[in-house]
Design a protein around this ligand. Sequence first.
Ligand SMILES: [Zn+2]
Ligand SMILES: [Zn+2]
Length: 334
Amino acid sequence: MSARRWGLWVILCLAVGGAGIGRMAILESAERDAARSVSEAYDCHHEPELRAIRANGDLIRPLHPRKRPGRPGDWLDENFEPGQSFHFYHSDDPNRPNDRHTTFYIQPLADFSPTQMRLVETTAELLGCWYSVPVKILDPIRLDPIPDSAQHISPNHGGVQLLTAYLLDRLRERRPDDAVAVLALTPLDLWPNKPGWGHVIGQASLHDRVGVWSLFRMGNPETEYETCLRRTLKTAVHESGHMFGIQHCVAYECGMNGSNDKDEGDLRPLWFCADDEMKVWWAFGADPARRYEQLIAFADAHGLAPEARVWRASARALGPTGKKSASVQFPIEN
Ligand SMILES: [Zn+2]
Ligand SMILES: [Zn+2]
């Protein structure tokens, strides 16, 4: 499915769908693997660049465990998703940097406390390492007063929720010409104006290259900063991954796994599996070894020990030039 046809795509939402279909997705993985081998052969025959990306992907693949079956109520227990191969991804012409769209923008929406602003700045730092593009933080947009038409009162907590369609319109109007994506962060709760939905964590318009997500449910950064930081970073790479056309991962434990609630999101790793790393390397023309150097430095600087271990293991698996190393023996610990 083309990203353009997805139009306005609600993401990280409360799930709807029949129980059990996620398990079908897992069972279909063998068929996908067979299809993958055909597309892999095509890529390797036709494109040296793709062959190099696949070779490096295969070096880090053993580091990543396969996706656990969904527990009752998990995203994959309630949503059927077929997964997205690397071949499908690069063949689908996803949004990615080009001569005109060179810069990733972060847009603060509404007022942030100094600690929340630290989260925004750290998120911008990670996204710069993740996508190997310049990341700029725009001046905050004040939302005071919020038009009545852009507000909803939550029946759950009684506070104001912002309508995502209103925010996406505002972002589209102000989007810089050179933006490959504009991602807005807000401390306020979001609502997608859909009956039966209590809230959304985020929503994006892939066609317009704008998205918004909320820090409202990430915890209290004043009392649990590390938890808040990890949740915010996970949301940032997951949601921006969607904006660059990466769909949910159903094959591995991966930052692109869908999640139904905070508990499931907390179990999801920050890092991407080999298939989704390959998508990032290709879409952003990234040097995998250089990128891991930057990710390790970021993780060390911000006390993200499990993430630093995984990215160190990935760097060692690639070897100094991306060629095959003697052995891959670095288990991932969460
Ligand atoms: Zn998602
Ligand atoms: Zn993945």
